[in-house]
Design a protein around this ligand. Sequence first.
Ligand code: BYC
Length: 470
Amino acid sequence: MSGIDYSEKIPNNVNLANDRTLQRALEHWQPHFIDWWQHLGPSDFQRADVYLRTATSVDADGWATYGAVKMPDYRWGIFLADPVAERKIGFGDNMGQPAWQQVPGEHRSTLRRLIVTQGDTEPASVEQQRLLGHTCPSLYDLRNLFQVNVEEGRHLWAMVYLLHAYFGRDGREEAEELLARHSGDADKPRILSTFNEPVSDWLSFFCFTYFTDRDGKYQLKSLAESAFDPLSRTCRFMLTEEAHHMFVGETGIGRVVKRTLEVMKELGAEDSTRIRAAGAVDLPLLQKYLNFWCSSSLDLFGSEISSNAASSFANGLKGRPDESQYEDHVLRNVSLKLDTPQGAQEVPLLNALNEVMRESYLKDCEIGLKRWNRQIERAGYALRLSLPSTRFRRSIGSWVGLPVDPQGRLLSREEYDKRLTEWVPSETDRAFVRSLMQRVVEPGKMAGWVAPPERGINNLPVEYEYVKLS
Ligand code: BYC
Protein backbone atom coordinates (compact mmCIF):
# COMPACT_ATOMS: atom_id res chain seq x y z
CA MET A 1 0.00 0.00 0.00
CA SER A 2 2.78 2.46 0.84
CA GLY A 3 4.39 2.13 -2.62
CA ILE A 4 3.61 4.90 -5.07
CA ASP A 5 2.80 4.02 -8.67
CA TYR A 6 4.89 6.36 -10.85
CA SER A 7 3.87 4.70 -14.11
CA GLU A 8 0.51 6.51 -13.92
CA LYS A 9 -0.07 9.95 -15.41
CA ILE A 10 -0.93 11.05 -11.86
CA PRO A 11 1.36 9.17 -9.45
CA ASN A 12 -0.71 7.88 -6.55
CA ASN A 13 -1.15 5.24 -3.89
CA VAL A 14 -4.95 5.36 -3.88
CA ASN A 15 -5.63 2.96 -6.76
CA LEU A 16 -6.74 5.79 -8.99
CA ALA A 17 -6.76 3.48 -12.02
CA ASN A 18 -9.71 1.63 -10.46
CA ASP A 19 -11.91 4.72 -10.48
CA ARG A 20 -12.01 5.94 -14.08
CA THR A 21 -14.43 8.82 -13.39
CA LEU A 22 -12.27 10.27 -10.65
CA GLN A 23 -9.13 9.68 -12.69
CA ARG A 24 -10.62 11.53 -15.67
CA ALA A 25 -11.74 14.44 -13.47
CA LEU A 26 -8.27 14.80 -11.97
CA GLU A 27 -6.63 14.44 -15.38
CA HIS A 28 -8.85 17.29 -16.51
CA TRP A 29 -7.63 19.45 -13.57
CA GLN A 30 -3.96 18.50 -14.10
CA PRO A 31 -3.28 20.80 -17.14
CA HIS A 32 -4.95 23.70 -15.29
CA PHE A 33 -2.52 23.11 -12.44
CA ILE A 34 0.49 23.01 -14.81
CA ASP A 35 -0.72 26.18 -16.48
CA TRP A 36 -1.04 27.86 -13.06
CA TRP A 37 2.47 26.62 -12.13
CA GLN A 38 3.95 28.03 -15.35
CA HIS A 39 2.30 31.43 -14.85
CA LEU A 40 2.28 31.85 -11.07
CA GLY A 41 4.89 29.38 -9.86
CA PRO A 42 8.58 30.34 -9.60
CA SER A 43 9.28 33.06 -12.15
CA ASP A 44 11.89 31.77 -14.66
CA PHE A 45 13.95 28.73 -13.58
CA GLN A 46 11.43 26.34 -15.14
CA ARG A 47 14.18 24.90 -17.35
CA ALA A 48 16.78 24.66 -14.57
CA ASP A 49 17.79 21.26 -13.20
CA VAL A 50 17.02 21.31 -9.48
CA TYR A 51 18.29 18.75 -6.98
CA LEU A 52 14.91 17.74 -5.52
CA ARG A 53 13.61 14.97 -3.35
CA THR A 54 10.57 13.04 -4.52
CA ALA A 55 8.54 10.69 -2.33
CA THR A 56 8.75 7.07 -3.40
CA SER A 57 6.63 5.68 -0.60
CA VAL A 58 4.72 7.08 2.33
CA ASP A 59 6.66 5.36 5.09
CA ALA A 60 9.69 6.76 6.90
CA ASP A 61 12.14 5.54 4.21
CA GLY A 62 10.13 7.12 1.42
CA TRP A 63 12.41 10.11 0.97
CA ALA A 64 15.28 8.13 -0.54
CA THR A 65 14.95 9.59 -4.02
CA TYR A 66 16.96 12.70 -4.75
CA GLY A 67 17.91 13.83 -8.21
CA ALA A 68 18.02 16.63 -10.78
CA VAL A 69 14.50 17.50 -11.93
CA LYS A 70 13.09 20.34 -14.02
CA MET A 71 10.29 21.72 -11.87
CA PRO A 72 7.45 21.36 -14.39
CA ASP A 73 8.43 17.65 -14.65
CA TYR A 74 8.13 17.12 -10.89
CA ARG A 75 5.85 14.13 -10.25
CA TRP A 76 3.05 15.78 -8.27
CA GLY A 77 0.63 13.16 -7.09
CA ILE A 78 -1.71 11.80 -4.47
CA PHE A 79 -0.14 10.13 -1.47
CA LEU A 80 -2.03 9.09 1.64
CA ALA A 81 -0.40 7.63 4.74
CA ASP A 82 -1.28 3.97 5.24
CA PRO A 83 -4.67 3.35 6.88
CA VAL A 84 -4.83 2.45 10.55
CA ALA A 85 -6.87 -0.74 10.84
CA GLU A 86 -10.27 -0.17 12.46
CA ARG A 87 -9.42 3.41 13.33
CA LYS A 88 -11.84 5.01 15.80
CA ILE A 89 -12.78 8.65 16.29
CA GLY A 90 -10.45 9.97 19.01
CA PHE A 91 -12.33 13.01 20.39
CA GLY A 92 -15.60 14.90 20.49
CA ASP A 93 -19.17 13.71 20.98
CA ASN A 94 -18.75 10.73 18.61
CA MET A 95 -15.59 9.49 20.28
CA GLY A 96 -15.04 5.74 20.01
CA GLN A 97 -17.20 5.29 16.90
CA PRO A 98 -15.56 4.10 13.66
CA ALA A 99 -13.76 6.81 11.67
CA TRP A 100 -15.64 7.87 8.52
CA GLN A 101 -14.56 6.67 5.11
CA GLN A 102 -17.19 8.92 3.49
CA VAL A 103 -18.38 12.43 4.36
CA PRO A 104 -21.50 12.46 6.57
CA GLY A 105 -24.14 14.70 4.94
CA GLU A 106 -24.55 16.92 8.00
CA HIS A 107 -20.82 17.81 8.04
CA ARG A 108 -20.34 18.16 4.32
CA SER A 109 -20.19 21.94 4.03
CA THR A 110 -18.01 22.46 7.12
CA LEU A 111 -15.55 19.80 6.03
CA ARG A 112 -15.44 21.23 2.53
CA ARG A 113 -14.75 24.69 3.99
CA LEU A 114 -11.87 23.35 6.11
CA ILE A 115 -10.35 21.49 3.14
CA VAL A 116 -10.74 24.49 0.84
CA THR A 117 -9.15 26.81 3.42
CA GLN A 118 -6.24 24.43 3.87
CA GLY A 119 -5.92 23.95 0.09
CA ASP A 120 -6.00 27.70 -0.57
CA THR A 121 -2.86 28.34 1.49
CA GLU A 122 -0.71 25.98 -0.58
CA PRO A 123 -0.75 27.69 -4.00
CA ALA A 124 -0.95 31.03 -2.18
CA SER A 125 2.49 30.48 -0.65
CA VAL A 126 3.98 29.54 -4.04
CA GLU A 127 2.56 32.76 -5.49
CA GLN A 128 3.93 34.80 -2.59
CA GLN A 129 7.42 33.40 -3.16
CA ARG A 130 7.48 33.39 -6.94
CA LEU A 131 10.05 36.15 -7.45
CA LEU A 132 12.52 35.12 -4.76
CA GLY A 133 14.64 32.99 -7.08
CA HIS A 134 15.99 36.13 -8.75
CA THR A 135 17.65 37.29 -5.53
CA CYS A 136 18.76 33.98 -4.03
CA PRO A 137 21.65 34.22 -1.53
CA SER A 138 23.11 30.89 -2.79
CA LEU A 139 22.34 27.85 -4.92
CA TYR A 140 21.76 25.89 -1.70
CA ASP A 141 19.00 28.35 -0.72
CA LEU A 142 17.58 28.45 -4.23
CA ARG A 143 17.18 24.68 -4.17
CA ASN A 144 15.47 24.81 -0.77
CA LEU A 145 13.04 27.44 -2.04
CA PHE A 146 12.11 25.26 -5.00
CA GLN A 147 11.81 22.15 -2.81
CA VAL A 148 9.36 24.03 -0.62
CA ASN A 149 7.48 25.31 -3.69
CA VAL A 150 7.02 21.92 -5.38
CA GLU A 151 5.86 20.38 -2.10
CA GLU A 152 3.31 23.15 -1.55
CA GLY A 153 2.14 22.29 -5.07
CA ARG A 154 1.74 18.68 -3.97
CA HIS A 155 -0.16 19.73 -0.87
CA LEU A 156 -2.58 21.48 -3.18
CA TRP A 157 -2.95 18.18 -5.06
CA ALA A 158 -3.72 16.48 -1.75
CA MET A 159 -6.67 18.79 -1.03
CA VAL A 160 -7.86 18.71 -4.65
CA TYR A 161 -7.94 14.91 -4.49
CA LEU A 162 -10.21 15.07 -1.42
CA LEU A 163 -12.48 17.64 -3.08
CA HIS A 164 -12.79 15.59 -6.27
CA ALA A 165 -13.12 12.22 -4.61
CA TYR A 166 -15.58 13.09 -1.85
CA PHE A 167 -17.47 16.31 -2.69
CA GLY A 168 -18.86 15.74 -6.20
CA ARG A 169 -19.56 18.70 -8.43
CA ASP A 170 -19.15 21.26 -5.58
CA GLY A 171 -15.72 19.80 -4.89
CA ARG A 172 -14.69 20.06 -8.56
CA GLU A 173 -15.81 23.70 -8.65
CA GLU A 174 -13.88 24.46 -5.47
CA ALA A 175 -10.78 22.83 -7.01
CA GLU A 176 -11.02 25.24 -9.97
CA GLU A 177 -11.44 28.17 -7.58
CA LEU A 178 -8.22 27.20 -5.79
CA LEU A 179 -6.42 28.16 -9.01
CA ALA A 180 -8.56 31.24 -9.63
CA ARG A 181 -7.92 33.11 -6.36
CA HIS A 182 -4.47 34.70 -6.18
CA SER A 183 -2.32 36.00 -3.37
CA GLY A 184 -2.77 39.75 -2.97
CA ASP A 185 -5.33 39.98 -5.80
CA ALA A 186 -7.67 42.93 -5.15
CA ASP A 187 -10.73 41.10 -6.53
CA LYS A 188 -10.00 37.46 -5.74
CA PRO A 189 -7.56 37.31 -2.85
CA ARG A 190 -6.52 34.19 -0.98
CA ILE A 191 -8.80 33.30 1.96
CA LEU A 192 -6.52 33.85 4.95
CA SER A 193 -4.83 37.18 5.68
CA THR A 194 -1.16 36.12 5.92
CA PHE A 195 -1.32 34.52 2.48
CA ASN A 196 -1.96 37.89 0.87
CA GLU A 197 1.18 39.48 2.37
CA PRO A 198 4.05 39.78 -0.11
CA VAL A 199 7.11 37.61 0.59
CA SER A 200 9.47 39.65 -1.52
CA ASP A 201 12.79 39.22 0.28
CA TRP A 202 14.62 36.26 1.78
CA LEU A 203 14.43 37.53 5.37
CA SER A 204 10.65 37.42 4.98
CA PHE A 205 10.93 33.97 3.39
CA PHE A 206 12.88 32.61 6.37
CA CYS A 207 10.37 34.18 8.78
CA PHE A 208 7.44 32.86 6.72
CA THR A 209 8.79 29.32 6.72
CA TYR A 210 9.52 29.61 10.43
CA PHE A 211 6.19 31.08 11.58
CA THR A 212 3.61 30.50 8.85
CA ASP A 213 4.67 27.00 7.87
CA ARG A 214 4.56 26.20 11.57
CA ASP A 215 0.91 27.21 11.60
CA GLY A 216 0.66 24.68 8.77
CA LYS A 217 2.20 22.07 11.06
CA TYR A 218 -0.34 22.78 13.81
CA GLN A 219 -3.37 22.92 11.50
CA LEU A 220 -2.30 19.73 9.71
CA LYS A 221 -1.77 17.98 13.02
CA SER A 222 -5.26 18.93 14.12
CA LEU A 223 -6.75 17.79 10.79
CA ALA A 224 -4.73 14.56 11.03
CA GLU A 225 -6.92 13.79 14.06
CA SER A 226 -10.11 14.18 11.98
CA ALA A 227 -12.83 11.54 12.02
CA PHE A 228 -12.87 11.87 8.21
CA ASP A 229 -10.21 9.25 7.60
CA PRO A 230 -9.04 10.26 4.08
CA LEU A 231 -8.35 13.79 5.42
CA SER A 232 -6.48 12.35 8.38
CA ARG A 233 -4.34 10.12 6.18
CA THR A 234 -3.45 12.82 3.69
CA CYS A 235 -2.49 15.27 6.46
CA ARG A 236 -0.31 12.67 8.15
CA PHE A 237 1.76 12.37 5.00
CA MET A 238 1.83 16.14 4.40
CA LEU A 239 3.36 16.61 7.85
CA THR A 240 6.46 14.65 6.83
CA GLU A 241 7.03 17.20 4.04
CA GLU A 242 6.28 20.20 6.25
CA ALA A 243 9.21 19.47 8.61
CA HIS A 244 11.75 20.48 5.94
CA HIS A 245 10.00 23.83 5.38
CA MET A 246 10.34 24.79 9.04
CA PHE A 247 13.96 23.59 8.97
CA VAL A 248 14.58 26.09 6.15
CA GLY A 249 13.10 28.85 8.33
CA GLU A 250 14.87 27.97 11.55
CA THR A 251 18.30 27.44 10.01
CA GLY A 252 17.81 30.43 7.70
CA ILE A 253 17.22 32.81 10.62
CA GLY A 254 20.02 31.10 12.59
CA ARG A 255 22.42 31.76 9.68
CA VAL A 256 21.38 35.42 9.55
CA VAL A 257 22.07 35.74 13.29
CA LYS A 258 25.44 34.01 12.88
CA ARG A 259 26.54 36.31 10.07
CA THR A 260 25.40 39.43 11.96
CA LEU A 261 27.35 38.36 15.04
CA GLU A 262 30.46 37.87 12.87
CA VAL A 263 30.07 41.38 11.45
CA MET A 264 29.50 42.83 14.94
CA LYS A 265 32.70 41.17 16.08
CA GLU A 266 34.67 42.39 13.05
CA LEU A 267 33.43 45.94 13.62
CA GLY A 268 33.70 45.77 17.41
CA ALA A 269 30.33 47.56 17.41
CA GLU A 270 26.64 46.91 18.01
CA ASP A 271 25.53 50.06 16.24
CA SER A 272 22.78 49.29 13.68
CA THR A 273 23.95 51.94 11.21
CA ARG A 274 27.44 50.47 11.04
CA ILE A 275 26.16 46.91 10.80
CA ARG A 276 23.89 47.90 7.92
CA ALA A 277 26.73 49.77 6.24
CA ALA A 278 28.71 46.52 6.42
CA GLY A 279 25.90 44.75 4.57
CA ALA A 280 24.39 42.70 7.41
CA VAL A 281 20.99 42.58 9.12
CA ASP A 282 21.20 44.26 12.54
CA LEU A 283 19.44 42.28 15.27
CA PRO A 284 16.80 44.98 16.02
CA LEU A 285 15.83 44.80 12.34
CA LEU A 286 15.54 41.02 12.54
CA GLN A 287 13.35 41.50 15.63
CA LYS A 288 10.98 43.68 13.57
CA TYR A 289 10.66 40.95 10.93
CA LEU A 290 10.00 38.37 13.66
CA ASN A 291 7.30 40.65 15.12
CA PHE A 292 5.67 41.13 11.73
CA TRP A 293 5.48 37.48 10.66
CA CYS A 294 4.75 36.06 14.10
CA SER A 295 1.83 38.44 14.72
CA SER A 296 0.44 37.85 11.24
CA SER A 297 0.68 34.06 11.69
CA LEU A 298 -1.04 34.24 15.10
CA ASP A 299 -4.17 35.42 13.27
CA LEU A 300 -4.24 32.13 11.37
CA PHE A 301 -5.57 30.35 14.45
CA GLY A 302 -8.83 32.35 14.28
CA SER A 303 -10.64 34.07 17.17
CA GLU A 304 -9.90 33.21 20.79
CA ILE A 305 -13.59 32.55 21.31
CA SER A 306 -15.02 30.62 18.37
CA SER A 307 -18.21 28.65 17.89
CA ASN A 308 -16.68 27.24 14.66
CA ALA A 309 -13.84 25.73 16.68
CA ALA A 310 -16.30 24.33 19.25
CA SER A 311 -18.52 22.60 16.69
CA SER A 312 -15.59 21.31 14.60
CA PHE A 313 -14.19 19.64 17.70
CA ALA A 314 -17.48 18.35 19.12
CA ASN A 315 -18.40 16.88 15.71
CA GLY A 316 -15.03 15.19 15.28
CA LEU A 317 -13.91 17.24 12.24
CA LYS A 318 -10.82 18.85 13.75
CA GLY A 319 -9.04 17.79 16.93
CA ARG A 320 -6.18 19.30 18.88
CA PRO A 321 -2.63 18.63 17.66
CA ASP A 322 -1.45 15.38 19.30
CA GLU A 323 -4.92 14.76 20.73
CA SER A 324 -3.77 11.57 22.45
CA GLN A 325 -1.55 13.54 24.86
CA TYR A 326 -4.67 14.95 26.57
CA GLU A 327 -6.82 13.11 29.11
CA ASP A 328 -10.21 14.61 28.35
CA HIS A 329 -11.22 14.24 24.70
CA VAL A 330 -14.81 15.42 24.99
CA LEU A 331 -14.40 18.73 26.83
CA ARG A 332 -18.00 19.16 27.92
CA ASN A 333 -18.40 21.06 31.22
CA VAL A 334 -14.84 22.45 31.27
CA SER A 335 -13.89 26.06 30.91
CA LEU A 336 -10.82 28.23 30.41
CA LYS A 337 -10.07 31.72 31.68
CA LEU A 338 -9.17 34.04 28.79
CA ASP A 339 -7.69 37.51 28.90
CA THR A 340 -9.85 39.87 26.91
CA PRO A 341 -9.74 43.67 26.62
CA GLN A 342 -12.83 43.68 28.87
CA GLY A 343 -10.99 41.68 31.56
CA ALA A 344 -10.69 37.97 32.38
CA GLN A 345 -13.52 35.90 30.94
CA GLU A 346 -14.48 32.29 31.73
CA VAL A 347 -15.20 30.54 28.43
CA PRO A 348 -16.30 26.94 27.70
CA LEU A 349 -13.08 25.16 26.70
CA LEU A 350 -14.67 23.96 23.46
CA ASN A 351 -15.07 27.57 22.37
CA ALA A 352 -11.50 28.42 23.38
CA LEU A 353 -9.77 25.70 21.33
CA ASN A 354 -8.25 28.14 18.84
CA GLU A 355 -6.49 29.76 21.78
CA VAL A 356 -5.36 26.39 23.15
CA MET A 357 -3.77 25.68 19.77
CA ARG A 358 -2.24 29.14 19.54
CA GLU A 359 -0.63 28.66 22.95
CA SER A 360 0.98 25.33 21.96
CA TYR A 361 2.10 26.87 18.66
CA LEU A 362 3.82 29.69 20.54
CA LYS A 363 5.65 27.22 22.77
CA ASP A 364 6.95 25.53 19.62
CA CYS A 365 8.01 28.91 18.21
CA GLU A 366 10.05 29.56 21.38
CA ILE A 367 12.43 26.70 20.54
CA GLY A 368 14.10 28.58 17.68
CA LEU A 369 14.23 31.76 19.73
CA LYS A 370 16.13 29.93 22.48
CA ARG A 371 18.67 28.62 19.92
CA TRP A 372 19.25 32.02 18.33
CA ASN A 373 19.52 33.68 21.74
CA ARG A 374 22.10 31.13 22.80
CA GLN A 375 24.17 32.10 19.73
CA ILE A 376 23.91 35.77 20.76
CA GLU A 377 24.73 35.02 24.38
CA ARG A 378 27.77 32.94 23.42
CA ALA A 379 29.04 35.83 21.32
CA GLY A 380 28.86 37.98 24.46
CA TYR A 381 26.02 40.36 23.58
CA ALA A 382 23.15 41.34 25.88
CA LEU A 383 20.36 41.70 23.31
CA ARG A 384 17.75 38.91 23.21
CA LEU A 385 15.23 38.19 20.48
CA SER A 386 11.64 37.60 21.60
CA LEU A 387 8.15 36.79 20.38
CA PRO A 388 5.51 39.53 20.40
CA SER A 389 2.49 39.32 22.70
CA THR A 390 -0.56 37.58 21.22
CA ARG A 391 -2.41 40.90 21.63
CA PHE A 392 -0.04 42.76 19.30
CA ARG A 393 -1.25 43.74 15.79
CA ARG A 394 -4.16 41.32 15.76
CA SER A 395 -6.66 41.48 12.93
CA ILE A 396 -8.87 38.72 14.24
CA GLY A 397 -10.34 37.96 17.69
CA SER A 398 -10.84 39.95 20.91
CA TRP A 399 -7.77 42.13 20.46
CA VAL A 400 -8.53 43.08 16.87
CA GLY A 401 -7.25 46.51 15.89
CA LEU A 402 -6.33 47.56 19.45
CA PRO A 403 -3.24 49.74 19.95
CA VAL A 404 -1.10 47.24 21.86
CA ASP A 405 2.71 47.10 21.89
CA PRO A 406 4.73 43.86 21.45
CA GLN A 407 4.87 43.49 25.25
CA GLY A 408 1.06 43.42 25.31
CA ARG A 409 0.54 46.88 26.87
CA LEU A 410 -2.46 48.88 25.73
CA LEU A 411 -1.32 52.31 24.47
CA SER A 412 -3.11 55.40 23.22
CA ARG A 413 -3.86 55.22 19.49
CA GLU A 414 -1.60 58.21 18.95
CA GLU A 415 1.40 56.65 20.68
CA TYR A 416 0.84 53.33 18.90
CA ASP A 417 0.70 54.94 15.45
CA LYS A 418 3.80 57.00 16.21
CA ARG A 419 5.79 54.00 17.43
CA LEU A 420 4.63 51.20 15.15
CA THR A 421 7.77 51.31 12.99
CA GLU A 422 9.86 50.71 16.14
CA TRP A 423 8.24 47.25 16.17
CA VAL A 424 7.59 46.24 12.56
CA PRO A 425 9.70 47.05 9.48
CA SER A 426 9.35 50.61 8.16
CA GLU A 427 9.61 51.42 4.46
CA THR A 428 13.27 52.36 5.05
CA ASP A 429 13.93 49.02 6.74
CA ARG A 430 12.31 47.14 3.87
CA ALA A 431 14.26 49.15 1.30
CA PHE A 432 17.49 48.31 3.14
CA VAL A 433 16.65 44.59 3.21
CA ARG A 434 15.81 44.77 -0.51
CA SER A 435 19.20 46.36 -1.16
CA LEU A 436 20.88 43.30 0.41
CA MET A 437 19.04 40.91 -1.90
CA GLN A 438 21.69 40.42 -4.56
CA ARG A 439 21.66 37.17 -6.46
CA VAL A 440 24.56 34.78 -5.71
CA VAL A 441 24.67 31.69 -7.92
CA GLU A 442 28.29 30.54 -7.87
CA PRO A 443 28.34 27.06 -6.25
CA GLY A 444 29.33 27.27 -2.56
CA LYS A 445 29.25 31.12 -2.45
CA MET A 446 26.92 32.95 -0.03
CA ALA A 447 25.53 36.47 0.03
CA GLY A 448 27.24 38.64 2.65
CA TRP A 449 24.20 38.89 4.95
CA VAL A 450 23.84 35.18 5.69
CA ALA A 451 26.33 32.55 6.95
CA PRO A 452 26.74 29.27 5.04
CA PRO A 453 24.70 26.31 6.29
CA GLU A 454 26.45 23.77 8.49
CA ARG A 455 25.93 21.01 5.93
CA GLY A 456 24.56 20.47 2.46
CA ILE A 457 21.51 18.51 1.32
CA ASN A 458 21.45 14.69 1.55
CA ASN A 459 25.13 14.49 2.64
CA LEU A 460 26.35 16.49 -0.36
CA PRO A 461 28.82 19.33 0.26
CA VAL A 462 27.55 22.90 0.57
CA GLU A 463 29.53 23.65 -2.64
CA TYR A 464 27.43 21.21 -4.68
CA GLU A 465 25.70 22.77 -7.70
CA TYR A 466 22.16 22.27 -6.36
CA VAL A 467 20.57 24.14 -9.24
CA LYS A 468 22.02 23.96 -12.75
CA LEU A 469 20.87 27.17 -14.33
CA SER A 470 21.89 26.80 -17.97
N1 BYC B 1 -7.71 35.60 7.86
O1 BYC B 1 -14.29 31.43 14.38
P1 BYC B 1 -13.13 32.03 13.66
C1 BYC B 1 -0.51 26.10 5.85
C2 BYC B 1 -12.23 33.70 9.26
S1 BYC B 1 -1.20 27.16 7.01
C3 BYC B 1 -8.90 35.67 7.23
O2 BYC B 1 -12.46 33.18 14.28
P2 BYC B 1 -12.20 29.43 12.97
C4 BYC B 1 0.61 26.61 5.05
C5 BYC B 1 -12.71 32.25 9.31
O3 BYC B 1 -12.35 31.56 8.11
C6 BYC B 1 -2.58 26.26 7.67
N2 BYC B 1 -10.02 35.10 7.72
O4 BYC B 1 -12.02 30.97 13.36
C7 BYC B 1 1.57 27.42 5.63
C8 BYC B 1 -14.18 32.42 9.50
O5 BYC B 1 -14.76 32.73 8.24
P3 BYC B 1 -16.15 32.05 7.81
C9 BYC B 1 -3.86 26.45 6.89
C10 BYC B 1 -9.93 34.44 8.91
O6 BYC B 1 -13.16 29.27 11.86
C11 BYC B 1 2.60 27.92 4.85
C12 BYC B 1 -14.29 33.69 10.36
O7 BYC B 1 -13.03 34.37 10.20
N3 BYC B 1 -4.87 25.53 7.34
O8 BYC B 1 -0.96 25.01 5.70
O9 BYC B 1 -12.40 28.65 14.22
C13 BYC B 1 2.71 27.58 3.52
C14 BYC B 1 -14.49 33.38 11.82
O10 BYC B 1 -13.57 32.39 12.19
C15 BYC B 1 -8.71 34.32 9.59
C16 BYC B 1 -5.96 25.89 8.01
O11 BYC B 1 -6.19 27.04 8.26
C17 BYC B 1 -7.58 34.94 9.04
N4 BYC B 1 -6.37 34.89 9.62
O12 BYC B 1 -10.69 29.12 12.53
C18 BYC B 1 1.74 26.77 2.95
C19 BYC B 1 -6.87 24.77 8.42
N5 BYC B 1 -8.94 33.60 10.71
O13 BYC B 1 -15.89 30.55 7.73
C20 BYC B 1 0.70 26.26 3.71
C21 BYC B 1 -8.27 24.94 7.99
C22 BYC B 1 -10.24 33.30 10.72
O14 BYC B 1 -17.11 32.44 8.88
N6 BYC B 1 -8.88 26.16 8.54
N7 BYC B 1 -10.83 33.79 9.63
O15 BYC B 1 -16.41 32.67 6.45
C23 BYC B 1 -9.37 26.24 9.80
O16 BYC B 1 -9.27 25.33 10.59
C24 BYC B 1 -10.09 27.49 10.21
O17 BYC B 1 -10.74 27.97 9.08
C25 BYC B 1 -9.18 28.60 10.79
C26 BYC B 1 -10.10 29.66 11.42
C27 BYC B 1 -8.24 28.02 11.83
C28 BYC B 1 -8.38 29.32 9.72
